[in-house]
Design a protein around this ligand. Structure first.
Ligand SMILES: Cc1cc2nc3c(=O)[nH]c(=O)nc-3n(C[C@H](O)[C@H](O)[C@H](O)COP(=O)(O)O)c2cc1C
Length: 372
């Protein structure tokens, strides 16, 4: 099952696993795949601790880091100390009112007086992404991946100087080409079925187009809609050198996802997700909730661009979390959620992916053989 990128990275299996949970990342790499830690939710100090932990628990196997340096971000040039105030001033009053009315309508209690309000900081901030990158440079990371656009040239150069490969997620063939022109070595072609921020084109349609657009020298990984060995085999058949999986790990034993949210994932079918912008301002796939529906209703003032939408909804998300309103929480996941029906270990998922892949490959070989 080794493809050329497995040789470049020193892994046994073409299975790339994205997770925000260090235990999941280390378990994927220990099982012969390539675990990638998502940095987005950590402060730089916390990320340092997470990576040090992975270094100790990965048994010398290769792993990667995913940072978020968005290529488009409202007013990115404004000086850092003025940014939050400027962003807050740019949010229309009708949007603040809509948030309060919706929370009231959904019967989400106010934060108690004694509870500290969340610090209003813009999320998915390019500066934070760069700080995550700096932390990553101090660890034996084999591939650094950027989400939401072409990474800055200086980031690519410094990663290459450290001997790291640079990867980038792309939802359109033209975006993949732009990233390769910007020095990216590996493209993750992410289809609309994927959990998290995602584009409009399905993996089955996107992957071969990206493979063709970037040419034979650039390895492509297919992401979105892969949670079984058959789907992994389909990705390879489409020209990808591996599968990049995010959702399937959310319900594993090792995952630190809130147990109540895990239960929602385990019970959900593949038509339970929607792709909406109310969380960050960019389209993001996750479980449908009444909070998401409210932003799509005719009374909604519409969503704002990143990072305004994230700032606008920060306290609301805190209220929802504190009230334990699992029915309203933001639960990013892809359409494969309908295949995530029982709680397994990461090693079991890896075993099932591998054996399912072999069975699918045998089936295809048998068809070819029988026609000879
Ligand atoms: C809960 C969740 C959070 C995600 N966060 C990020 C992220 O911070 N950075 C990133 O590059 N991709 C992120 N993704 C997307 C994954 O990297 C991956 O492309 C996607 O999950 C693949 O599709 P799948 O969900 O069908 O497996 C996230 C996905 C999920 C499910």
């Amino acid at each position: 099952m080794r493809t050329p990128i497995c040789e470049s990275l020193g892994v046994d299996l073409p299975i790339f696993g994205f997770s925000h949970c260090r235990d999941v990342v280390a378990a994927i790499s220990r099982a012969g795949g390539f675990g990638v830690l998502g940095a987005a939710l950590f402060s730089p100090e916390q990320l340092e601790l997470e990576l040090a932990w992975i270094d100790e628990h990965v048994a010398g196997r290769p792993y990667g880091l995913d940072v978020v340096i968005p290529a488009t971000y409202a007013n990115a040039s404004v000086a850092a100390e003025n940014q939050t105030a400027n962003y807050l001033a740019a949010i229309p009053q009708k949007h603040w009112e809509f948030v309060q009315e919706t929370l009231q309508h959904l019967e989400v209690p106010e934060l108690p007086d004694e509870v500290a309000r969340p610090v209003l900081e813009p999320g998915w901030n390019p500066e934070l992404g760069r700080m995550h990158f700096e932390v990553g440079l101090g660890h034996p990371i084999r591939m650094i991946v950027n989400a939401l656009g072409t990474p800055p040239a200086e980031v690519v150069e410094r990663a290459h100087a450290k001997g790291m490969l640079v990867g980038g997620l792309a939802g359109k063939p033209a975006h993949a080409v732009k990233q390769v022109e910007g020095g990216v070595d590996v493209i993750i072609a992410q289809g609309t079925e994927a959990g998290g921020h995602t584009g409009e084109i399905a993996t089955m349609v996107l992957t071969p187009q990206v493979v063709r657009a970037v040419g034979p020298d650039i390895p492509v990984l297919a992401a979105g809609g892969i949670a079984s060995g058959e789907q992994l085999a389909a990705a390879i058949a489409l020209g990808a050198q591996g599968g990049w999986l995010g959702s399937v790990w959310l319900t594993t034993h090792e995952s630190d996802v809130d147990p109540a949210v895990k239960q929602r994932y385990l019970a959900a079918s593949s038509d339970a997700t929607v792709r909406t912008k109310e969380n960050s301002g960019k389209p993001c796939r996750g479980l449908r909730t009444p909070w998401r529906d409210a932003w799509l209703a005719t009374e909604s003032p519409g969503t704002l661009p990143m990072p305004l939408q994230g700032l606008l909804t920060l306290e609301a998300k805190d209220r929802i979390k504190r009230a334990r309103r699992v029915d309203l929480m933001h639960m990013s996941v892809g359409q494969v959620v309908g295949q995530m029906n029982h709680d397994r270990s990461v090693a079991d998922v890896m075993f099932d992916l591998t054996s399912g892949f072999v069975a699918a490959a045998d089936r295809l070989a048998g068809i070819v053989h029988s026609e000879e």
